[in-house]
Design a protein around this ligand. Structure first.
Ligand SMILES: Nc1nc2c(c(=O)[nH]1)N(C=O)[C@@H](CNc1ccc(C(=O)N[C@@H](CCC(=O)O)C(=O)O)cc1)CN2
Ligand SMILES: Nc1ncnc2c1ncn2[C@@H]1O[C@H](COP(=O)(O)OP(=O)(O)OP(=O)(O)O)[C@@H](O)[C@H]1O
Length: 198
């Protein structure tokens, strides 16, 4: 199968999950996330954590975002698309008070002046949406190349500290994805079955 056929197949897979599976997976993922916050020492100090607003059958992040807001000292960020700058993404601090606007794909983003847009290097943990992932940590996204462009700096800089973690249903795993030169691999994956590092 070509990447676009795999993408189509896996998007159908994720959209075919029942509402009760979606709800269960979200709860289980949230529990694994809380466990990660407790076991990973970096979270003892406030961290900048990027998540995303789930759509199109993506594993929900909502409960996790609300927990971070209400019960932790961490800051939540969401991706915003930078149309002016070669289709890069930046990140904006997200709170319950944020004013939201739709991007060109209909996904809500917090409105913020350009000087409040942070580049990927400034974020400590990025929980990323994806369409597919494989056993080695390769990621297949929606095909825009946004995450790859935004985190391309990780490819030449192995000491870079930004951690990239996939946030997805286990049914989005395939054995092997064809990796392109520009693909930035995941450092870890969190699904309803647990968290693991690659
Ligand atoms: N929830 C979420 N937010 C995200 C992403 C994502 O995958 N999921 N992105 C990850 O990169 C970025 C946005 N990239 C995206 C790229 C394509 C489509 C999409 O729905 N494409 C439609 C065509 C829409 C159109 O032509 O206007 C499609 O393929 O059906 C969505 C997001 C940033 N925010
Ligand atoms: N570092 C880069 N520099 C220039 N172009 C890039 C880079 N990374 C990706 N691209 C371009 O973006 C296109 C889409 O890449 P790809 O299919 O890997 O996206 P994706 O990871 O599935 O999408 P997304 O990250 O938006 O979820 C590619 O055809 C490629 O030309």
């Amino acid at each position: 199968m070509t990447p676009s056929e795999i993408r189509k197949h896996l998007r159908v897979q994720r959209n075919n999950l029942s509402n009760s599976d979606q709800t269960l997976h979200a709860k289980q993922a949230f529990n694994h996330f809380k466990q990660l916050l407790q076991t990973e020492t970096a979270f003892q100090t406030p961290q900048k954590i990027a998540l995303f607003l789930s759509q199109d059958g993506e594993l929900s992040t909502q409960e996790t975002i609300e927990y971070l807001w209400q019960k932790t000292h961490h800051q939540v960020y969401l991706p915003v698309l930078e149309t002016r700058d070669e289709w890069h993404m930046a990140f904006v601090h997200y709170t319950a008070q944020s004013t939201m606007i739709k991007n060109q794909f209909g996904i809500l983003e917090p409105a913020a002046p350009h000087e409040d847009h942070l580049s990927g290097e400034k974020i400590d943990w990025v929980f990323m949406p994806l369409v597919g992932f494989d056993l080695k940590g390769n990621r297949l996204g929606m095909g825009g190349g946004y995450y790859d462009r935004t985190f391309a700096f990780k490819l030449n800089n192995p000491i870079e500290t930004t951690k990239l973690i996939g946030w997805a249903h286990q049914c989005q795993q395939v054995e092997n994805l064809p990796a392109e030169d520009w693909d930035v691999p995941l450092d870890g994956i969190l699904t309803e079955q647990g968290y693991r590092e690659f």
